[in-house]
Design a protein around this ligand. Structure first.
Ligand SMILES: NC(=O)c1ccc[n+]([C@@H]2O[C@H](COP(=O)([O-])OP(=O)(O)OC[C@H]3O[C@@H](n4cnc5c(N)ncnc54)[C@H](O)[C@@H]3O)[C@@H](O)[C@H]2O)c1
Length: 265
């Protein structure tokens, strides 16, 4: 309790999924949370949940790809709560029906991926960091993905832009570390958001579980707890890092299922 007392946090994409879980957990730890999302109704719903958990919340409608809209989001946060300590650049993703392999990739989707994942991370940070410097320091938390660490048969844009998010994270850490700004990234593996839970066929879920070292898939709050840690002063010596929260998916050799069968007994 109260690990984020007196801190003000903006979380983009907090209208659903992982962002909503992070907002609720930060509110529970005493933060004032700016719940920023494209989807105003989703943002309102999350804000009510944060308040029900005992925190303070401000829902804000934002398009994270638009400079003016992001500037307005940050201005509203500072106007309402008087300061800014934490920014989670959480919005991201691509459309897997258009973000295919190299030869079948829709280039318009590639441009959208750059805007939604990379441009948004730069814009949010550019508007937030000056306020954090004024407050004596702050924590920027970027959402990457395990997709940015490995090659894949589809979503070539998604992997590329998430890899870029990791490098942007390191540059922000280096450029503003001297002013007390920390910048870290989280790379979720497979996380069962409500949208995925309802839509993924059982065999796909089973294949994802088999790919993990742990015998289960992630929940939104697994990533949310990591974000709380990165937002808090408990991580004051941690910057420029990528925390991979993936149930062991990226440390497990692809040979493991076959080799398990070789074990005696
Ligand atoms: N769920 C997973 O398994 C998983 C795994 C790895 C990485 N991620 C990353 O986590 C982040 C979000 O994932 P999620 O599962 O919470 O997704 P989600 O779809 O539940 O939430 C995304 C939110 O972003 C909002 N949004 C979309 N475009 C926006 C825009 N232009 N401006 C403002 N808000 C916008 C949506 O309205 C939605 O509320 C993404 O960066 C994604 O790449 C998710």
């Amino acid at each position: 309790m109260n690990r984020l007392e007196n801190k003000v946090a903006i979380i983009t994409g907090a209208g659903s999924g992982i962002g909503r879980a992070a907002a609720e957990l930060m509110g529970r730890e005493g933060a004032s949370v700016v719940v920023a999302d494209h989807n105003a109704a989703g943002a309102e719903e999350t804000a009510r949940a944060v308040e029900a958990a005992g925190g303070r919340a401000l829902p804000v409608a934002v398009d994270v790809t638009d400079d003016g809209s992001v500037a307005d989001m940050v201005a509203q946060a500072v106007r309402e709560f008087g300061r800014l300590d934490v920014l989670c650049n959480h919005v991201g993703g691509t459309d897997p029906r258009k973000d295919l392999d190299l030869l079948r990739l829709d280039m318009a989707e590639f441009d959208r991926a750059v805007a939604l994942n990379m441009r948004s991370t730069l814009l949010g940070s550019r508007h937030a960091v000056p306020h954090m410097i004024r407050a004596g320091g702050g924590s920027v938390i970027n959402t990457a993905s395990v997709a940015g660490l490995v090659g894949d048969v589809l979503q070539i844009s998604y992997g590329a832009v998430k890899a870029a998010v990791v490098n942007i994270t390191k540059s922000i850490a280096v450029q503003y570390g001297p002013q007390g700004i920390r910048c870290n990234a989280v790379a979720p593996g497979a996380v069962m958001t409500p949208a995925l839970q309802d839509n993924l066929p059982a065999d796909v879920v089973a294949a994802l579980e088999e790919a993990n070292a742990l015998p289960y898939l992630g929940r939104p709050e697994d990533i949310g707890h990591t974000m709380v840690f990165l937002a808090s002063d408990e991580s004051r010596y941690l910057t420029g890092q990528l925390l991979v929260v993936d149930g062991g998916m990226t440390v497990q050799s692809p040979a493991v299922p076959g080799r398990r069968a070789m074990l005696p007994g």
